[in-house]
Design a protein around this ligand. Structure first.
Ligand code: PHE
Length: 345
C-alpha cells in the first residue's frame, strides 16, 4: 500500500473511531468498541502490519501516528464512559427523588418505664427519710408469705390473696410482706427498710393484673405507735401527690398488723366534691398499713415487749395510675410505644 493511502486510512480510522465511541449507547456497546479498537487484534494494532510497506524513514512516523490515534481514541473513550455514568446517575435521581428540605430523622430515644419511674420516686422519698432498700425472692415459701405473717394454715384470712402455687411446694409471693420477717431474721433492730418488688395473684381485670408490683415499708424501733405511722405516711403522700394532700386512716384488717388501717388520700381529681374516681366519697384508697402484730415480731426473733413496729404495703401500679390518670392497668404491660413515649422527661 502506498504511504499516502496508509495515512488516509489511518485518518479514516480515527474519524470513524471518534464517532462510534462518542455515540456508544451503553456500557455494553463501549466494551465491544474497546475490543474492536484497542484489543490485541484490534484495528489500531492492525496498522502496525503496514510497517514493512514503508521506507525506513517513514516507519517511525507511522509508529508515532498510530500512537497519536490510539491516545485520541482512548481519551474519547474515557470521556464517553464518564458521560454514560453521569446519565445513569441522573436517571436514577429522577426515579428516587431526594428532598433536601425534609427535616432529619432523630434516632429513637428510650425512656424510663412509668412503673420504674414511679417506683424510683417512691424509693427516693423513703431513702431521704433514712430507710434502706431490702429485697426478697419472688418464688417464696408458704412460711414467709403466710405462716410467719400470722396466716395459719387453712385460715380463711388466706382467701384475701388468690395464690399461684408452684410445683416444688413454694408459691409466687402474693405481696412484699414476706420481706418483713426475712429482714427481721437477718438484722438487729432498729430497722427501717422499704422492699420494692414483683408480686403475683390469680387476678385479672382492668384494675388488677396477675403480675404487679408493691413496695413494702417496715419500721421497727422502741416506742413506735400509730402516730409515727400516720406522720410518715402523711409526708409520703404529700411528697408524691402535692404538699396539700390530706390523708385519713380507716380501720381495716390484715393478719400481720394489729391494729390495721387502710390509708386514703383526699381525692386529687375532684378536690373532694365527689367524682367517679373516688366513687363520690371524696377519698381514694392508696395503701394498707398497721402496727406489726406481736406474733410477727416473735417469728422474726424480736421481743415485742421491747420493740414495736409499723408497716405498710403500697401498689406501684395503683400509684402510677392515680398520678397519671391511667384507667387500664394492662397498658403498663403491653409495650405500646405510643403509651410509653408519653413518660419521657
Ligand atoms: N401486704 C398487704 C397487701 O398486699 C399490704 C400491707 C402491708 C398491709 C403491710 C399492712 C402492712 O395487701
Amino acid at each position: 500500500m502506498p504511504s499516502e493511502q496508509v495515512w488516509s486510512k489511518l485518518q479514516e480510522l480515527l474519524d470513524d473511531g471518534l464517532k462510534s465511541i462518542g455515540s456508544a449507547a451503553d456500557e455494553n456497546a463501549l466494551v465491544a468498541l474497546q475490543k474492536r479498537f484497542f484489543g490485541k487484534k484490534g484495528e489500531v494494532q492492525a496498522y502496525m502490519q503496514h510497517m514493512k510497506e514503508l521506507t525506513p524513514d517513514e516507519r517511525p512516523k507511522l509508529g508515532a501516528l498510530v500512537n497519536q490515534v490510539r491516545d485520541k481514541l482512548e481519551a474519547r473513550f474515557v470521556e464517553a464512559q464518564k458521560h454514560l455514568e453521569e446519565a445513569k446517575m441522573l436517571a436514577d435521581l429522577k426515579h428516587r427523588r431526594v428532598d433536601l428540605s425534609l427535616p432529619g430523622r432523630l434516632p429513637m430515644r428510650g425512656a424510663e418505664h412509668p412503673l420504674q419511674k414511679t417506683q424510683r420516686e417512691i424509693e427516693d422519698i423513703f431513702l431521704s427519710m433514712g430507710f434502706e432498700i431490702a429485697r426478697g425472692p419472688q418464688s417464696e415459701w408458704d412460711y414467709f408469705n403466710f405462716e410467719a405473717l400470722n396466716f395459719p394454715e387453712d385460715h380463711p384470712a388466706r382467701d384475701m390473696q388468690d395464690t399461684l402455687m408452684l410445683e416444688n411446694g413454694s408459691l409466687l409471693r402474693t405481696h412484699t410482706s414476706p420481706v418483713q420477717v426475712r429482714t427481721m431474721l437477718c438484722y438487729e433492730p432498729p430497722i427501717r427498710i422499704i422492699a420494692p418488688g414483683t408480686v403475683y395473684r390469680r387476678d385479672d381485670d382492668v384494675t388488677h393484673s396477675p403480675v404487679f408490683h408493691q413496695i413494702e415499708g417496715l419500721h421497727i424501733e422502741k416506742g413506735l405507735n400509730l402516730t409515727h405511722l400516720r406522720g410518715i405516711l402523711q409526708l409520703f403522700a404529700q411528697s408524691l401527690f402535692g404538699k396539700n394532700t390530706k390523708i385519713r386512716l380507716r380501720p381495716s384488717f390484715f393478719p400481720f398488723t394489729e391494729p390495721s388501717v387502710e390509708v386514703d388520700i383526699a381525692c386529687i381529681f375532684c378536690g373532694q366534691k365527689g367524682c367517679r374516681l373516688c366513687k363520690q366519697t371524696g377519698w381514694i384508697e392508696i395503701l394498707g398499713a398497721g402496727m406489726v402484730d406481736p406474733n410477727v415480731l416473735r417469728e422474726g426473733h424480736i421481743d415485742p415487749e421491747v420493740w414495736s413496729g409499723w408497716a405498710f404495703g403500697v401498689g406501684i401500679e395503683r400509684v402510677a395510675m392515680l398520678l397519671h390518670g391511667i384507667s387500664d392497668i394492662r397498658l403498663f404491660f403491653e409495650s405500646d410505644l405510643r403509651f410509653l413515649g408519653q413518660f419521657r422527661r
